[in-house]
Design a binder for this molecule. Sequence first.
Ligand SMILES: Cc1ncc(C[n+]2csc(CCOP(=O)(O)OP(=O)(O)O)c2C)c(N)n1
Length: 343
Amino acid sequence: MTKTGPAPSNTGLEAHYRQMRRIRSFEERVGELFVRGESAGSMLHLSIGEESAAVGVCSAMRDGDTFTTHHRGHGIFLARGADPNRMMAEIAGKATGYCHGKGGSMHIADMSLGHLGANAIVGGGIPAVVGAALAARRRGTGQLSVAFFGDGAMGQGILYESMNMAALWDLPAVFVCINNQWGMGTRIDQATRVTALHDRAAAFGLAAETVDGRDVREVQAAAARILDGARAGRPGFLAVECYRFFGHARKDKSPYRSPKEEAAGRSRDPVAFARDALIAAGMAEARLDEIDQAIATEMEASIDAAIAAEEPPLQAMFRDVFAPDAPEPEPLARRIDRVLARD
Ligand SMILES: Cc1ncc(C[n+]2csc(CCOP(=O)(O)OP(=O)(O)O)c2C)c(N)n1
């Protein structure tokens, strides 16, 4: 049930543009961090091309709402108000990062901004929003919870268990599938016969729509419809159609896609689309260039700060990993000594 809302206006488009440009610029710097050998871990997944999904949906969320993301979640967290300096530091594995350098790109979390956690397991973050939505409803807080995931998670059983439970209990939960057409090297139509993904959610009793991600205003309007319904107790599903501009992770040059396909996908750029729409509405290109420059300066400062930041001290290895009252884990060397001493 793909619906078309009223024609989008330019109201708020400049703010959306700024936020999408910040995400694009941040991701470009994250790519640079990796190439410079300064990122922690070996994997980075950039959301370039998917900015409208993050900004469109997050702009329909309210303070206090919670969310989880998949492994490609930098843009979503930025759109929910994350500080790029703390994010970049986290991706660089530094003590000043959101999780003191222990989460990295794929396990970043921050309860104060409602981020219940990114998750590297495909579909892994989805069930947490059902719990968060149940808690919100029982407490009567008016909050809702949103799960962001990729089209690959449409093949995970936990999504269907979660949607079923949310629908059965009328929970304020929303499931957002960022359909960038590819799950690693598998195109969506090589993975499923039913590519109208919202039909599956509708079958579980959710309000379900698909929206073209090229125009952030369309995404925001569709997200507002779905989120308003969820807040009133009718959980929803939104698929945002977009294109993953680059490889799955930084080392993937996507040899499984033709240059023609990539060119067509990149021509659906939501950042360029918003820029063109602002110019068409009378905004001077020079003003947009100024905005871009200010954002580039902000993100360049974040990469410099992340590289210069302190590594976490070794003693912090087990901090924030175990419950505060749990006994300290025994160091491996002592354990080996103890086991060997038994013989
Ligand atoms: C349960 C599980 N199976 C396989 C993987 C390996 N894996 C990591 S990302 C990915 C593809 C995910 O595609 P999608 O959900 O569409 O997200 P995208 O990468 O396109 O953003 C796979 C198969 C995993 N992390 N977890």
